[in-house]
Ligand binder design. Structure first.
Ligand code: RIB
Ligand code: CA
Length: 309
């Protein structure tokens, strides 16, 4: 399909990153060009191993994976293993992949691919923004080379999920986030908790994905990565933070945005807060059509939608 959107996903693969990979692999509207990994939910070695295992599970073992930054630009790395279980995949039992990773590291791969296909690639960042900040540092022309950038991160009009001020991806590397949000990309969209809080799967969805029915691998993955959350943490909803950012990259009409300048607090108790400081170039998602977003995810990965045929 020539009108597919060519994506690079930058991930800190844990549970919702895994579902975002499933969505990207399953979507007929997406050409997944490469995946780069970054220290975030888990350390970068685990994030890379998890990414390889998930892509193998999805039958996408040919998608190049490039290991990226092992720590934030300035701050020590803070992970989120408490929510994603020790291995970072929510108790999933996926076969290990021994596939080789790409020769060049994450930021270098982003620069190489953007140079090779100027104006064609969309980068969707689903973890701390360390790789993108490093790539911008070594290739200041990157904004001219990338077609679009979508960031899952920030809490612009709602409380954070790590502290009252901060969402996780921004909190882990606030300096990187500040650099990214200040960069004049031709198209930069921020998909934060303001919208992802409203887009979630239910325990019923997890049951369906765990029920051994005749479902696609991309649907069964929910049964695997949701195990710790639904069984141990006993959550009733599973937020589709990362999958929504990928969906917005191919269908921006899922959200309503306002164009703002964004500042990021880098220290003190407010560290990681994302502030809207007036008109600017960042398209900050402030509203979402939750029903359409959830239905789109389910249809794409092959989860039962309950829709009457
Ligand atoms: O705050 C949610 C974000 O932080 C998601 O990308 C999740 O995977 C973690 O990286
Ligand atoms: Ca993530």
């Amino acid at each position: 399909m020539s009108n597919r959107t060519s994506l690079i996903l930058d991930v800190d693969t844990s549970t919702d990153d895994a579902l975002a990979l499933a969505y990207a692999v399953a979507s007929p509207a997406i050409d997944l060009v490469a995946v780069t990994t970054v220290a975030g939910n888990v350390d970068v070695l685990k994030a890379t191993a998890n990414t390889l295992a998930v892509l193998e599970w999805l039958g996408a073992g040919s998608v190049p994976v490039h290991r990226g930054a092992s720590r934030p630009l300035v701050q020590p790395h803070v992970d989120a293993a408490y929510f994603h279980d020790v291995g970072g995949l929510g108790g999933a039992r996926l076969p290990i992949s021994n596939r080789e990773i790409g020769q060049d590291r994450g930021p270098a791969a982003i620069v190489r691919l953007a140079r090779a296909r100027p104006g064609e690639l969309t980068l969707v960042a689903l973890g701390p923004l360390t790789n993108l900040a490093i790539a911008l540092n070594v290739e200041p022309r990157l904004p001219e080379l990338l077609k679009s950038v979508v960031v899952m991160g920030g809490a612009f009009t709602v409380p954070g999920n790590m502290t009252p001020a901060a969402e996780f991806n921004i909190l882990v590397d606030p300096e990187a986030a500040d650099q990214v949000f200040a960069t004049p990309f031709p198209s930069l969209t921020a998909v934060g908790l303001d919208v992802t809080n409203h887009v979630a799967l239910s325990r019923k969805d997890w049951d369906a994905a765990s029920g051994g029915e005749d479902l696609a691998q991309s649907a069964l993955l929910l049964g695997e990565v949701g195990r710790f959350a639904f069984l141990t943490l006993a959550v009733e909803q599973f937020a589709l933070n990362d999958p929504l950012a990928v969906a917005v990259a191919i269908d921006p009409t899922l959200v309503r945005h306002q164009r703002s300048e964004v500042a990021v607090e880098a220290s003190g108790p407010e560290r990681g807060r994302t502030r809207l400081i007036g008109p600017g170039q960042v398209k900050v998602a402030i509203e979402v059509d939750p029903e359409r977003a959830v239905m789109d995810f389910k249809r794409t990965v092959g989860l039962p939608t309950g829709a009457k045929i």
